[in-house]
Design a protein around this ligand. Structure first.
Ligand code: UD1
Ligand code: CA
Length: 453
């Protein structure tokens, strides 16, 4: 039986190699900070407490942590003196806790729930410390895991402090560790900084525990899941791994994609069953797609909800607040922001619909524009059920079109239109019979005379 869990996320490093004004752990993967990913992983293990160790002047990191995990306790590590010192910054949380402690790094966002569960199972089997190891293609720079004949860990040696024989070891430390030690704060305080970096290494815990007769075990994970992000290229690499994983999950849940490698998800994108997605589609945060929706090529969706049976695109843009009921059709080069479309409504070509409501079954003609902004304020456009908006109409908000009404093509509508009325706003057409024929003859004669002289 697993004991209650305290997760400590180390996030005090600024991450110089990112070359960014933003603290490293706030850089995003799939629309969520790396810190958010790590906290979500910890949460996937069930109830428990979370502590985040941040550097001085990192209020933004604390805020981000609390966005994803409102109960997270924040601790400030004043000077970065090593990973053991960082864990000790969370001493009040350690002292208030009895049970398992898990240490995660804020810049290692791809760890899987399964691996963390395996680590806790090893604590349940009697290990005092569990270390997550991996075998990188190139072990340079990583701490080496020194394992005894029984497969238990005897020490972790940082690359800089390792002998040639120790450097030949390929099993490395990912940095993720789990403990079940009664007095962890006391044990951490015994760690010294007699090493090349003059830092207090959390990894030295292993030797102390072994010396006291405790068993330290190793769980081996994949190189993908322990990828640490230090630079923007590693951030892109982590994004790519995350996207590959999510595409597989999404297909397993019943979504068809012609070219999954060209479809990009957010951490929270939700799908119904039998959704069909053509190539080159991007999902920003907070998108929900209903059963049987078809998303044609080259669409961009953020903050949108799409009802069952709807068809989107190709080349459609749904922005925050686009709320489409069942069987809505949105076609090419249509942009929708903060508009509800009722069941079966259609906007199939070249339109901007911003701030308003479209009733069920309404048809929005090609080139219709909701003129929602006067340079200072945004205004609402309301279109009744079953109405028909002729092509190339400009609806100047605030304005209401009644149920079943018609708007003639090319109108600039500035006043409300009542139910079932026709509103036309353009000069009436004037026809001159035979004019074109006479005009051609006149001009042809003129040209002939001009070329003769
Ligand atoms: C660490 C491990 C090493 C492992 C490697 C994997 C130690 C001593 N070494 O080395 O065995 O192979 O990760 O990537 O643990 N941090 C703080 N405060 C500090 C120091 C670090 O919050 O005072 C945070 C950093 O922001 C970072 C994490 O702890 O998120 C790891 O620190 P880092 O200095 O990157 O350790 P490495 O040298 O990479
Ligand atoms: Ca590191």
């Amino acid at each position: 039986m697993s004991l209650p869990l305290l997760t400590i996320v180390l996030a005090a490093g600024m991450g110089k190699r990112m070359r960014s004004a933003r603290p490293k752990v706030l850089h995003e993967i799939a629309g969520r900070s790396m810190l958010g990913h790590v906290l979500a992983r910890a949460q996937s293990l069930g109830e428990g407490r979370a502590a985040v160790v941040v550097g001085p002047q990192m209020g933004s990191v604390a805020e981000d942590a609390q966005q994803w995990r409102p109960d997270a306790e924040i601790f400030v590590q004043q000077a970065q003196q090593g990973t053991a010192d960082a864990v000790l910054a969370a001493k009040p949380a350690l002292e208030a806790h009895q049970g398992d402690v898990l240490v995660l790094y804020g810049d290692t966002p791809l760890i899987t729930t399964k691996t963390l569960q395996d680590m806790r199972a090893s604590l349940d089997d009697g290990a005092r410390v569990v270390v997550l190891g991996f075998t990188p293609e190139d072990p340079t720079g990583y701490g080496r895991l020194l394992v005894d004949a029984k497969g238990n860990l005897s020490a972790i040696r940082e690359h800089k402090d390792a002998s040639d024989a120790e450097r030949a070891v390929t099993l490395c430390n990912s940095g993720v560790m789990a403990f079940r030690i009664d007095d962890l704060a006391g044990a951490l305080a015994k760690i010294d900084n007699n090493n090349q970096n003059s830092e207090y290494y959390l990894t030295d815990m292993v030797e102390h525990v072994v010396a006291a007769g405790g068993r330290v075990s190793v769980v081996v994970g994949s190189e993908d899941e322990v990828l640490g992000v230090n630079s923007r290229d590693q951030l892109a690499e982590a994004e790519a791994i995350w996207q590959r994983r999510r595409r597989t999950e999404v297909m397993q849940a019943g979504v068809t994609m012609i070219a999954p490698e060209t479809v990009w998800f957010s951490h929270d994108t939700q799908f119904g069953q039998d959704v069909f997605i053509e190539p080159n589609v991007f999902f920003g945060p907070n998108v929900e797609i209903g059963d049987g929706v078809i998303i044609r090529a080259n669409c961009h969706l953020t903050g949108a909800s799409v009802g069952a049976g709807a068809t989107i695109g190709p080349f459609a843009r749904l922005r925050p607040g686009a709320d489409l009921a069942q069987n809505v059709h949105v076609g090419n080069f249509v942009e929708i922001k903060n508009v509800q479309l009722g069941e079966g409504a259609k906007a199939n070509h070249l339109s901007y619909l911003g701030d308003g409501k479209v009733g069920a079954g309404a048809n929005i003609g090609a080139g219709t524009i909701f003129c929602n902004y006067d340079g200072f304020f945004k205004h609402q456009t309301e279109i009744g059920a079953g109405s028909f908006i002729g092509s190339n109409s400009a609806l100047v908000a605030p304005v209401k079109i009644g149920d079943g009404a018609y708007v003639g093509s090319g109108s600039v509508i500035t006043k409300n239109v009542s139910d079932n009325a026709l509103a036309l706003e353009r000069s009436s057409q004037d026809e001159r019979p035979g004019w074109a024929e006479k005009f051609r003859k006149l001009m042809a004669d003129r040209k002939r005379r001009a070329t003769k002289s």
